[in-house]
Design a protein around this ligand. Structure first.
Ligand code: NAG
Ligand code: NAG
Ligand code: NAG
Ligand code: NAG
Ligand code: NAG
Ligand code: NAG
Ligand code: NAG
Length: 363
C-alpha cells in the first residue's frame, strides 16, 4: 500500500510539476528517398544528409523542435532551409506523422539539395518543399527513430523522481512491510505477482526489432524501431534477459490510447477494434526456437518453440501475454503475428507513456 501510495504521489507530483509534453525523448532522423542517410548537424546548425558531421539528436516539446544544443529548429522564411540555430525565427511548427515522419506544417515532404561551398563534404542540405528546384534537389522524407528518453536530463527531473522514489520506498519499507505482511496479509492481494506495467522500473525492452514480410519472404528489412504487425508483416523482438532474472517472468504488451502517447514518440496505426471483435482478431505472440538477427527474413525466421496464442488488444489496456520461468542470462526472440486482419504499426517506446512488448520479472 505504501509503495502504491508513494508511486501515485510521485506521479502526481511529476505530473503537476512537469506536463507530459515537457518530458521529451531525444531522437535521430534518417532521410528516406534519394539521397537516403543519417541526418547530421553541422557547426552552424544546418541539418544535412550524409557527410562528416556527427549525427543530429533532436527532441520536441509540443510542436517545437530542438536540437541537442537546445537550439530551436525552423524553416528559414527566406531560403526555406531546415536549420537549428539559436534565436532563429521562421516556420517552427513541426509534428510527427503517424508513420514517424517529421512534418513541417503538417507536410511530410522535404527537398535535399547538394551542399555547396567550403562545407562541401558530399552531404545534402535540407529545405522545405517550398524551395524552387534549381540545383538538382531531390524529394525526401525525414523518418524519426531511436527514441531515447534517458537523454536530455530527463532522469534528473521526471524519471528519476518516478524511478528512484518507488525504489527507495520499496527498500525502506520492505523491512517493515515484509514483516507486517506476514501477519496482516493485506498487501499480497494489492500487489499482483506479475506486473502488467513498468512502474517498478525493473523491466526489459526489446534490444532488436526486425519486421518481416510474407510477400517478400527473402527480404531482410533490418533493424527497426517500429513494429509492423499486419496480415503481411510479422515483427520479431529480441530480449536480453539479465542473469539476475532468476524467478518467474511475464511477457507483457502495453497498448495505451494514441492520445496518451508523448507527441515526440509519434502515434501508432491500429486497424481498429472492428477486426478485434468482429473478426476475433488480435496478435499472436510466440517464443521462437532460435535468435533473430538483423538479417532475418520471413523465410529464415526461426521456428516457433511455444505459441502463446492470440492476445486481443484494445487501446487503453495492458496485457499479460505469457508467464514462464525467466530465461536468465539468455537472449530470446518472440514473434508478433496478426490474426483476423488486425494491423498495428507502432514505435516501441519506453517513456513517458510506454507502448509495446516488455519482459518484467514477477515479484
Ligand atoms: C530537380 O531537378 C533535377 C534536375 O532537373 C531533377 O533531376 C530532379 O528530379 C528534380 N527534383 C524534384 C524533387 O523534382
Ligand atoms: C541515450 O542518451 C544518453 C545521454 O545522451 C546516452 O548516454 C545513451 O547512450 C543514449 N542511449 C541510446 C540507446 O542511444
Ligand atoms: C532494511 O533495509 C535497509 C535499507 O534498505 C537495509 O540496509 C537493511 O539491511 C534491511 N534490514 C533487514 C533486516 O533486512
Ligand atoms: C522480521 O521480524 C523478525 C522477527 O520479529 C526479525 O527477526 C526480522 O529481522 C524481521 N525482518 C525484517 C526484514 O525486519
Ligand atoms: C494469506 O492469506 C491466505 C488466504 O487467506 C493464507 O492462505 C495465507 O497463509 C496467508 N499468508 C500469510 C503470510 O499470512
Ligand atoms: C500500462 O502500463 C503503463 C506503464 O507502466 C502504465 O503507465 C499504464 O497506466 C498502464 N495502463 C493500464 C491500463 O494499466
Ligand atoms: C510489410 O510488407 C510489405 C509487403 O511485402 C512491404 O512492402 C513492407 O515493406 C513491409 N514492411 C516492413 C516494415 O517490413
Amino acid at each position: 500500500m505504501h509503495l502504491l501510495a508513494a508511486l501515485v504521489t510521485a506521479q502526481a507530483i511529476s505530473a503537476a510539476v512537469l506536463p507530459r509534453q515537457s518530458t521529451p525523448c531525444a531522437f535521430v532522423m534518417n532521410a528516406v528517398g534519394d539521397p537516403t542517410g543519417q541526418i547530421v548537424e553541422d557547426t552552424i546548425g544546418e541539418n544535412r544528409i550524409g557527410g562528416g558531421f556527427p549525427q543530429g539528436n533532436y527532441y520536441m516539446i509540443g510542436h517545437t523542435l530542438y536540437d541537442y544544443r537546445n537550439h530551436n529548429c525552423i524553416i528559414d522564411p527566406d531560403t526555406f532551409q531546415f536549420l537549428c540555430t539559436q534565436g532563429a525565427s521562421g516556420i517552427a511548427d513541426f509534428s510527427l506523422a503517424d508513420d514517424g515522419n517529421l512534418m513541417h506544417q503538417t507536410c511530410e515532404n522535404f527537398l535535399a539539395c547538394p551542399a555547396t561551398g567550403p562545407g562541401e563534404d558530399g552531404s545534402w542540405n535540407i529545405f522545405s518543399d517550398a524551395l524552387q528546384n534549381t540545383t538538382g534537389c531531390e524529394a525526401v522524407t525525414l523518418r524519426t527513430g531511436g527514441f531515447n528518453c534517458t537523454a536530455l536530463g530527463r532522469p534528473s527531473t521526471t524519471s528519476a523522481t518516478l524511478l528512484s522514489v518507488p525504489t527507495s520506498t520499496s527498500t525502506s519499507t520492505s523491512n517493515s512491510t515484509s514483516n507486517s505482511t506476514s501477519t496482516s496479509n493485506s498487501t499480497s492481494t494489492a500487489t499482483p505477482a506479475c506486473p502488467t506495467d513498468l512502474f517498478s522500473g525493473n523491466y526489459q525492452f526489446p534490444h532488436l526489432i526486425i519486421p518481416t514480410s510474407s510477400k517478400q519472404g527473402d527480404k531482410a528489412f533490418g533493424i527497426s524501431y517500429e513494429a509492423y504487425i499486419t496480415p503481411i508483416n510479422t515483427t520479431l523482438f529480441n530480449f536480453d534477459i539479465p542473469a539476475t532474472y532468476t524467478g518467474t517472468c511475464s511477457l507483457i504488451f502495453l497498448f495505451p490510447y494514441k492520445t496518451d502517447l508523448d507527441p515526440s514518440a509519434g502515434g501508432y496505426y491500429f486497424s481498429g477494434t472492428e477486426e478485434e471483435v468482429g473478426e476475433h482478431g488480435g496478435i499472436d505472440f510466440a517464443l521462437l526456437s532460435g535468435i533473430a538477427t538483423a538479417g532475418t527474413t520471413y523465410n529464415s525466421t526461426p521456428a516457433v518453440a511455444t505459441d502463446y496464442g492470440k492476445t486481443q488488444i484494445i487501446p487503453g489496456n495492458n496485457y499479460t501475454v505469457a508467464t514462464y520461468p525467466c530465461q536468465a542470462g539468455q537472449t530470446v526472440s518472440y514473434s508478433a503475428t496478426s490474426v483476423g486482419n488486425v494491423e498495428l504499426d507502432y514505435f516501441q517506446d519506453s517513456a513517458p507513456m510506454p507502448i509495446g512488448l516488455y519482459v518484467v520479472p514477477c515479484v
